[in-house]
Design a protein around this ligand. Structure first.
Ligand code: ADP
Length: 503
């Protein structure tokens, strides 16, 4: 069968569900299948997944997406993988059985240990090598926790009997029945064990965290044929040829392939990632330096910042206080008033992420008067999402000395035209909404397809990438500056609210 009559299968293994999407040569979606899986919260602040359930849900949605399109293995040109990052799995090299549940990126059990590392002065060295802020978010301290807390595991790890992997590694191990033990370089760059300058696992960090190097997978690029899939999931071998962490895959799926291009995902949180070209830019503003992708021998670096509560602020207005019947109603509500009525909503419901990193900040609605209505509060919530994104953009601008020319967007909340327009107004740059919104899966598909010649090169992808709408700044600059000034006053009121009193 001709390559162009086939489809690319994208695996999008996320934090709450496993998805599979088939794309055609035009980069359009043919079918989607999705299955949620169980979240385990064994203690406050702990979050775990069952690695076997990740695999079962993933393999079943692959089958389902193919069945919906009525295609067999012969119709699949190649497979690309995008995955939740940092989540840590340790398994037995012989049997393939996990020795413990997957510890999810959100899990905070190693926070105290990270504080301790910072107090001992390791943070600067860790940032210099890995580009990361010392935090429980990343894999290193999670691996160490498993080695120290699961009985008999450290001895077995030292004997070389165990494998560590992020979710990409786990999936490719399962897809190849243990033949390939690899991770792609973007996932490696989120472990806090990988030196992003030398592109090697870092001995000094492995010693610091007491992790035997035999546990670590081989690091590979994001677009090359790694292996062929094995039975029983597939009867014929299909090349697995693309891999990247979800945010990096989305950056690629948005075709932010030139230096200075940026994408923002507006989901539960907001995730911004900016292509910095062949230079790793170490942040002075609490952003993360990471690898965007590696194609052939060329590495593209990125700068990243996350806002913890984005669309979740709207979810809270709906479910928490019943102000909205559904999330989409927020647009009409916000537009029903001509301005915010001087109300500001800082959605620090779980603290503030980049660039503040203030775990003690709390949600604050300020400026309420007798004239304040539900519309003002809804509008303030949507504006609060945009202001937070702008704060990260400002941090990026301070690190780079320029502001990106446009922001490409994805995620559930970009359906909201008010939010998009307000973002353009506040950030003084166009906001670009693409046609295909499944940018994470599309990025995985692109990376896989490029490796096997399904698509010739990035230029071919640029030709087919299309946009739905561009939002241009309309607000006067002085008004935007005035609003931002008030917003920062509101942020100051929200900060450190929940900090324990010292006396
Ligand atoms: P995730 O992948 O993080 O689960 P999604 O990308 O599916 O999130 O986006 C869902 C989020 O977007 C929810 O928090 C929801 O409140 C918000 N959302 C969805 N539609 C709208 C809308 N029209 N306006 C504002 N927020 C919205």
């Amino acid at each position: 069968m001709q390559l162009k009559n086939k489809y690319v299968l994208a695996i999008d293994q996320g934090t709450t569900s496993s998805r599979a999407i088939l794309f055609n040569p035009q980069g359009s979606i043919i079918t989607v299948a999705q299955k949620a899986f169980q979240q385990y919260f064994p203690n406050p602040g702990w979050v775990e997944h069952d690695p076997n359930e990740i695999w079962y849900t993933q393999s079943s949605v692959i089958k389902e997406a193919m069945a919906k399109a009525d295609v067999s293995d012969a119709h699949i040109a190649c497979i690309g993988i995008a995955n939740q990052r940092e989540t840590t799995i340790v398994w037995d090299r012989e049997t393939g059985f996990p020795v413990y549940n997957a510890i999810v990126w959100q899990d905070r059990r190693t926070s105290d240990y990270c504080e301790d590392l910072k107090e001992k002065g390791y943070a600067a060295r860790i940032q210099q090598k890995t580009g990361l802020v010392t935090d429980a978010y990343f894999s290193a301290t999670k691996i160490r926790w498993i080695l120290d807390n699961v009985k008999g595991i450290r001895e077995r790890a030292e004997r070389g009997e165990l494998c560590f992997g992020t979710v990409d590694t786990w999936l490719i191990w399962k897809l190849t029945k243990g033949e390939r033990f690899i991770t792609d370089i973007t996932n490696a760059s989120r472990t806090m064990l990988f030196n992003i300058h030398t592109q090697e696992w870092d001995r000094e960090l492995l010693n610091l965290f007491s992790i035997p190097s035999s546990m670590l997978p081989e690091v590979v690029s994001c677009s090359e044929v790694y292996a062929e899939s094995k039975a029983p999931l597939f009867n014929s071998g299909i090349p697995i040829s693309g891999m990247a962490g979800d945010q990096q895959a989305a950056l690629f799926g948005q075709l932010c392939v030139e230096e200075g291009m940026i994408k923002t995902t507006y989901g539960t949180g907001c995730f911004m990632i900016l292509n910095t070209g062949n230079k790793p830019v170490l942040s002075h503003n609490h952003l993360l330096t990471t690898i965007g992708w590696k194609i052939k021998d060329k590495i593209t670096y990125a700068l990243e910042g996350s806002v913890f509560v984005g669309g979740a602020a709207i979810q809270w207005l709906r479910d928490g206080i019943g102000l909205l019947p559904d999330a989409s109603a927020s647009e009409q509500m916000a537009k029903a008033v001509s301005d915010n009525g001087n109300v500001y909503f800082v959605p620090a419901l779980t603290g503030l992420g980049a660039p503040y990193w203030d775990q003690y900040a709390r949600g604050t609605i300020i400026g309420i008067t007798r004239g304040t209505t539900a519309s003002h509060i809804t509008r303030a919530a949507l504006e609060g999402i945009s202001y937070q994104v702008d704060d990260v953009l400002m941090a990026m601008e301070n690190d780079l000395n320029y502001r990106p020319k446009e922001i490409r967007v994805d995620g559930g909340a970009i359906a909201n035209n008010f939010l998009m327009q307000f973002q353009a107004d506040i950030s003084r740059c166009p906001v670009v909404r693409p046609k295909v919104l499944e940018t994470t899966a599309l990025g995985a598909a692109y990376l896989a397809g490029l490796a096997i010649g399904y698509w010739k090169d990035i230029n071919e992808l640029k030709e087919q990438w299309s946009l739905d709408k561009v939002f241009h700044p309309e607000m006067k600059e002085e008004q935007a500056s005035r609003l931002l000034k008030e917003w920062h006053k509101a942020v100051n009121s929200a900060r450190r609210w929940a900090q324990p009193n010292e006396n």
